[in-house]
Design a protein around this ligand. Sequence first.
Ligand SMILES: Cc1ncc(COP(=O)(O)O)c(C=O)c1O
Length: 398
Amino acid sequence: MKTPDHAQSNKKITQKWIEEEKSVHIQFYRRQPVVFERGEGCYLYDVEGNRYLDLVAGIAVCVLGHCHPKLVEKIKSQVEKLIHTSNLYYTVPQIELAEKLREVTKMDRFFFCNSGTEAVEASLKVARKVTKRKKFVAFTGSFHGRTMGALSVTWKDIYRKPFTPLIEPVEFAEFNSVESLKRKVDGETAAVIVEPIQGEGGINPANEDFLNAIFELKDRYEYLVIFDEVQTGFGRTGEWFAKDCFDLEPDIMAMAKGMGSGFPIGGIAVKEEVAKGVEFGDHASTFGGNPLACSAALATIDVIEKEKLVNNSKKMGELLKDYLYDVFGNARGMGLMLAAECDRAFDFVKNALRNYLLVNATSEKTLRFVPPLIIEKEEIELAYETFQKVWRDTNALG
Ligand SMILES: Cc1ncc(COP(=O)(O)O)c(C=O)c1O
């Protein structure tokens, strides 16, 4: 047991780091008052030695939990062999990763980058090049990233407005409205970009009729369909990719987040016909697809397969969803990509932290749950008990 004095001095360590951060960082982030030092499985440990159950997983990133031994081992062995060469040369892990992805995505060709927003940039550029058209159709509630292209197809005005002019033309149709979609797409449309389940927008699954309509209208207008699976990919939804939940095949798929389970890597997967429409020099990345990142992604996919994490995501997702219904009276989402509506979601997040539970809110009314895919029944039950206490505390605080 810690003595009160010990606890006091540990608090000071946290405070000291927070003050230091405030003095040296550009203040883009509003962070929770905790400084993390290490992680293991579904748990994170702060600099005071406290243990937290993590239902955020680096925002749907750490699919294998923290520091999975197989991931650590693979990164360690690659780091001793080769870290970087540039894409002037061939490297084996990059080729092996594309081969493995061909199997799990059922798509044909791949390009690797370092983040979700870069994957979206690459998708947009490829769509323009292949179709020789300029216009993009995106949706209300969408989030595709912060770089200028990805930002142009992101819905929220507060993200976009300060940075105009962005790329044009972009039209926003209402998410899940076939009528609105029909009004926006035409023969000038290069691509429709959609998240099959909106993540930052608050875990909003697309309905089947709406997604089918995107593909039906594609036949008429010959645009490309881009699925942004940056958040939904790599087992998150209880299938390898959300496209598999709907049995649909986009022309381009953007990936990142779970791909390296915390090691930064992103990429796009395209159909063969799409790959034929681009050529040498159209796009590139210095760091993208480096052997270290590709090895991390290979290890991630290997563990997802060996530990049957796609299935675990579906099974544990159902259990967590039942508990969310029980506590909040509502729940939505697929696999381990879930949300619950509640009043004062930001207060809930703060109170949960005080109870050593990490959850995230996408708005004042929406709690998001995207835990590691390795999560087990015991941890979900611990989360459930903590939800009940935190919910009582949040309501009692008025
Ligand atoms: C669907 C989607 N696309 C793109 C991005 C941007 O990814 P990154 O933050 O890695 O640039 C995100 C990030 O949350 C996302 O959820």
